[in-house]
Design a protein around this ligand. Structure first.
Ligand code: SF4
Length: 414
């Protein structure tokens, strides 16, 4: 308990040391629950009149979170808001704020995957973390900075989570409790950096949760999901891949297998099988392209967005699943926006099958694409090295049936 007490005193000291608001990242997982619980515990021991600086609790909702986890964190957020305002900050409830952060419409997973044709993310092209997690958090912090000159982000990151994380935390720490964030005037504080996995669980199971939840529920959820890590709260690029931890998006294809969802299913959540099959299908069609490239151009081919027909197929399957399971998987706004993007690209759709489009770039070099739509008519700005606005279509012709089973636009130097 000595270790926990020293963290609690440090939290009190830092809270009282200035008027910089705290922004606490809450993911619903064990680490962020521990930090938030410790902040509650530490501040509740201070006289109410000393609680004069703002606390923001922010929770990222990527809109493609595992539905079972969303249910858990939504319940927590409601309880946290009530307890924070009524117990901790009863004399000034406006100082305690809870916010759920979601990506902008044009940045959501489905809009990018189906509307714009991005391939499902993998380790080398992980376009999602920034759009779904980092940008909404940065926007919130920037907004908070308009009122205050500084902000401190409080996170549940721990050195024991991964070697990478330990190294990056050491690099920034240099004996200070706060490290600089990439945004100016923003600092990061990680109170439980030195706790082990077991110490986190011991704390959660020994100390009563202050917002009235039973932490055994969280333990059960971990039991359902798996024994590996949670999706950490993301504030910047360069930290551990959230795709490695399996407490995040149900559509995540950064990992080969979603063991978390498999465990949910094995533990009785049979309805998740439909989601898992769909995720596995997305994973599969991402790889397929490599199989259908004719040998003579294989080494020079790169891959771009999905073909229109595949994007339409993804949307149809997703809507079917949504209807079948009666769970909201995609919003009406996303569907509307996706239709708009698909219609726009359909203006350049080839009549049947695929076509070879040869573009000339400003430096005279030529690039060939094989696609079921003319890329010059898409709202996207570039395809690999080609800035589409600067490209000129010089030729288009039908391609042989060898390409027909491909799923993504391919391009190579003509
Ligand atoms: S969990 Fe996977 S899909 Fe979700 S943001 Fe992280 S890497 Fe992307």
């Amino acid at each position: 308990m000595i270790e926990y007490n020293s963290i609690l005193s440090e939290i009190q000291q830092l809270y009282l040391s200035d008027s910089t608001p705290w922004i606490i990242g809450f993911s619903g997982g064990k680490d962020s629950t521990t930090v938030l619980q410790m902040v509650f515990q530490a501040l509740s021991k201070l006289p109410k009149k000393q609680l004069t600086k703002e606390i923001h609790i922010i929770c990222n909702d990527t809109l493609v979170e595992n539905p079972a986890i969303v249910e858990h964190s939504d319940k927590q957020l409601t309880k946290i808001e009530i307890a924070g305002k009524e117990q901790l900050f009863s004399s000034n409830p406006d100082l305690f704020k809870v916010a759920k952060l979601t990506p902008k419409l044009e940045d959501t997973f489905w809009v990018n995957l189906i509307g714009k044709g991005y391939p499902p993310p993998n380790r080398w092209f992980r376009w999602c973390t920034e759009r779904l997690k980092i940008n909404p958090t940065s926007d919130y912090i920037k907004h908070a900075l308009q009122k205050n000159n500084n902000a401190i982000i409080v996170l549940g990151t721990r050195k024991a989570e991964s070697t990478n994380r330990a190294t990056s935390m050491e690099k920034y720490n240099e004996g200070n409790k706060l490290r600089n964030h990439r945004l100016p005037n923003v600092y990061v504080y990680a109170p439980i950096a030195d706790l082990s996995n077991n110490e986190v669980w011991a704390y959660l199971l020994q100390v009563k949760n202050p917002w009235g939840t039973d932490n055994k529920e969280l333990l059960r959820l971990y039991g359902f999901a798996c024994d590996s890590g949670e999706c950490p709260f993301f504030i910047e690029t360069g930290t551990q891949s959230c795709g490695k931890s399996r407490f995040g998006c149900w559509v995540c294809t950064v990992v080969d297998r979603d063991k978390s969802m498999e465990n949910f299913i094995n533990n009785g959540k049979k309805w998740m099988e439909t989601l898992l099959n769909f995720r596995n299908w997305l994973y599969e069609i991402r790889q397929q392209t490599y199989q259908y490239v004719p040998k003579y151009i294989e080494s020079s081919v790169n891959f771009g967005p999905f073909f229109l027909r595949i994007r339409q197929e993804i949307l149809d399957k997703l809507l079917n699943i949504q209807e079948h399971l009666s769970i909201k998987l995609i919003s009406r706004d996303e569907i509307y926006y996706i239709h708009m993007l698909l219609e726009k690209e359909s203006e350049g759709k080839v009549k049947k099958g695929l076509q070879k489009f040869i573009f000339e770039l400003p430096d005279g070099k030529r690039v060939t694409t094989i696609s079921d739509f003319n890329l010059l008519l898409t709202p996207r700005k570039r395809l690999g090295p080609i800035y589409l606005k600067k490209a000129r279509l010089v030729e288009s012709k039908k391609v042989s049936s060898a390409y027909m089973r491909s799923t993504r636009v391919m391009y190579y130097k003509a």
